[in-house]
Design a protein around this ligand. Sequence first.
Ligand code: BTN
Length: 324
Amino acid sequence: MDIKYSILKLFKDSRGEWLSAEDLRKRYTISRTVLWKNINSLRDEGYTIEASPRRGYKLTGIPDLMLPFEIRDGLETNMLGRGKIIHYRETDSTNSKAKELAESGYPEGTIVIAENQLIGRGRMNRKWFSPPGAGIYMSVILRPVLSPTDSPMITIMTAAALADALATIDLSVQIKWPNDILLNGKKLSGILSEMDTERDLINYIILGVGINVNTPHTILPDDIKNTATSIMIETGRSFDRVNILKTFLKYLEQYYEYLKREDFYNILAKWKECSNVIGRKIRVDLPNEFYTGKAVDISRNGALLLEDTNGTIVSIVSGDVSLL
Ligand code: BTN
């Protein structure tokens, strides 16, 4: 860890205590100027550090940003977020950035995160509303040794992990196949998984997740005002985005371990427990056709199984569901 972050860790571990400049300089064998430069660099990142000529330095504020150091601090994963975490104050789309990194060989577990996305992307060429500092806009590179036909499981496991993570803050969400997370019937979170294959093998998957955390209702664009929501809108209070992300990564890694072992049982069990479609009459719109019927199950590879009026089971890999 570079000195700057060692100092930051020490500040955080000392929980608001003053740390003398003399002690800091001795501990890291650095000059007064180097100490000062590191303190200022932390301030530039958004940390509030008070200085007193007699008492030294004290950390009094952590910025409300998804900073890599904060994500790693107390992160309970072995792989996700253990390598590089790339943080942007503003970018076009974290999925697009992660794709570039994956193409240039970045390993599995690399995370791209942004405070603000200018062209946040959703499924079917939709936009993902990504106002600065309000939500979690994150993409992770995965390189699973799986057949591409099992790839819909990636979205399924992500939805299950989101449900588990949000349950830790007492939110009981529903999963709307294939990639929507609903809270009180409105869309709270979306998953965009983009795959690159080579000779029937997955080269990489960019798993993008957007969660509306502290987004106020007043700034929701008109076209989603009645259908989207945020944790803040539903609970009336703001939440720490970093903590939510860390919890989510922990569950995601757990489910990913199941997936790599082709042990789909736990993933599907959680998914079905939270699904709002199983057992319901639905319509599924595909680009050029649609199906209606009862959603009866989800298959091992994430396809929705629909029983049509003739009792025939149709397996649907992707589409837009509406409840009838
Ligand atoms: C959807 O519901 O259609 C999927 C939305 C996915 C949004 C996330 S935000 C982070 C990542 N970067 C993007 O451009 N999109 C995904």
